[in-house]
Ligand binder design. Structure first.
Ligand code: GLN
Length: 452
């Protein structure tokens, strides 16, 4: 597939050919399940004919159905564009297809979608990762030039790693969340999934920047980075040794090789351990579910999407929510409501907020001694369908990504090797808040060094 950088140089006629070619490919590979709605059903003509970008089904595109892959939002049509979509259009790009995801972005495999699962393009017996599995599978399979996803606890970085693409989660507050279906508002961030690091930088530049419509968007100066990246800059990179040692044998081998090539490229490597990652999981699942329970209370069968049959108002709420939400979403609403309840608020929610501050401080301490941190994205390569048998296995699989969201830092996953089964292993790089430039420079250096 043509890269985003190349696509941005195409003439209007060539872009229209590209869109036709993509449309044909998407129709020919419905089995992959990367897109939830075929393009013919979307009013594409109203959006002009920009360079096509695949959009996760939780980002609003005016006039398009947007459902967060949930039954409860069936029939809802977005009345306005998300700020990121406005920015795409202003830069000569255009939304192209809605991609599959875990329901309300809750999950790590894209198995919980109302539309069915997405397959991994590298091995169709495996999951694409999640929750932005559709976006990653589309880019990985050559069914998209590039895509937008959202990352609350790893949902850009992990599916990108499973499908062999690059996934960037910007610093919290860097990209507007206006028009993103909220899961956990203090953790959610929109970001690019692309074929390479340079494209990630290009798409990041297009979508980043302050937005008055999002009160958590940071009002600090944003300078574009894509045209200023220096892959030869020598950096100090801190390898989290205990995380690498915990990874599967093949992932460990690939990550150690990545460290070697970075060393050979002239970067200074230091080593540290990060303890208590299990606390990060507990902290994340308390905060994320607490915020989700509040955010999802708006889906009541009255204001958005699908309304159930009912005899009175109370029954309308109960039936609409019981029929509309899937199992995992219901579980999280219950857990979130519990940790916010008056009797347990101090014991769980307040404690989780303190633990979150501790995690942030731990990262700040390490980043005061280096430019970048390197660690795995996930404990293993893409799982087989159904391999994560219970929710706890799935929650534990987020161990290396969620703490980055708790700390609000920018991070990227970069492919470093394929294992014996052809599955991809990626390294995760993490930088100081607002320093996407150094993050992308390190990622570019890693990508170039791996290619040799
Ligand atoms: N897997 C994590 C969860 O289920 C992260 C999801 C995400 O980043 N949206 O909450």
């Amino acid at each position: 597939m043509i890269t985003l950088k190349e696509a941005l140089k195409l003439s209007a006629g060539e872009i229209s050919e590209l869109r036709n070619e993509l449309e044909k490919k998407i129709f020919a590979d419905k089995e992959l399940g990367a897109y939830v709605e075929q393009l013919a059903n979307l009013p594409l003509d109203k959006l002009g004919a920009g360079v096509p970008i695949a959009i996760k089904d939780n980002i609003q595109v005016k006039g398009w159905s947007v459902t967060c892959a949930s039954k409860i939002l069936q029939g809802y049509v977005a009345p306005y564009n998300a700020t990121v979509v406005e920015k795409l259009l202003a830069a000569g790009l255009a939304p192209f297809g809605r991609t599959n995801m875990d329901e309300f972005a809750m999950g790590s495999t894209t198995e919980s979608s109302y539309y069915g699962k997405t397959l991994n393009p590298l091995n169709r017996e495996r999951v694409a990762g999640g929750s932005s599995g559709g976006s990653a599978a589309a880019v990985g399979a050559g069914l998209a030039v590039a895509a937008l996803g959202s990352d609350t606890g790893g949902s850009i970085r992990q599916p990108a790693a499973f499908c062999g693409c690059v996934g960037l989660k910007p610093t919290y507050g860097r990209v507007s969340r206006y028009g993103l279906g909220a899961y956990s508002s203090s953790l959610d961030q929109i970001g690019p999934i692309t074929q390479n690091v340079e494209d990630a930088a290009i798409l990041y530049d297009i979508i980043a920047g302050h937005d008055d419509k999002d009160s958590t968007s940071a009002d600090i100066k944003f300078e574009s980075v894509a045209d200023k990246l220096n892959a030869d800059k020598k950096l100090t990179i801190c390898v989290i040794e205990n995380y690498i040692n915990e990874a599967s044998e093949e992932a460990k081998k690939a990550l150690l090789k990545a460290v070697d090539v970075l060393k050979a490229a002239g970067h200074k490597i230091i080593y540290k351990n990060l303890e208590n990652s299990k606390c990060d999981i507990a902290t994340y699942y308390i905060i994320a579910t607490a915020e989700a329970s509040a955010n999802l209370s708006r889906y009541d069968g009255v204001r958005y999407g699908r309304r159930a049959e009912a005899k009175n108002l109370k029954e309308l709420y109960i039936n609409s929510r019981s029929e509309g939400f899937g199992e995992e979403v219901k579980k999280r609403i219950l857990l979130g409501t519990f940790v916010l309840s008056s009797g347990y608020y101090d014991a769980y929610y307040i404690k989780a907020q303190k633990a979150r501050a501790h995690t942030k401080a731990k990262y700040e301490q390490i980043l005061s001694e280096c430019d970048l941190i390197l660690m795995p994205v996930a404990p293993s390569t893409a799982y087989k369908f159904g391999e994560l048998k219970n929710p706890l296995d799935s929650y534990l699989s987020d161990i290396y990504t969620i703490s980055v969201n708790l700390a609000g830092l920018p991070a990227i996953s970069v492919p470093v090797a394929k294992d014996a089964d052809g599955l991809n292993v990626s390294a995760q790089l993490i930088a100081k808040a607002w320093d996407e430039k150094t993050l992308l420079e390190g990622a570019l250096s890693l990508e170039n060094s791996i290619k040799g």
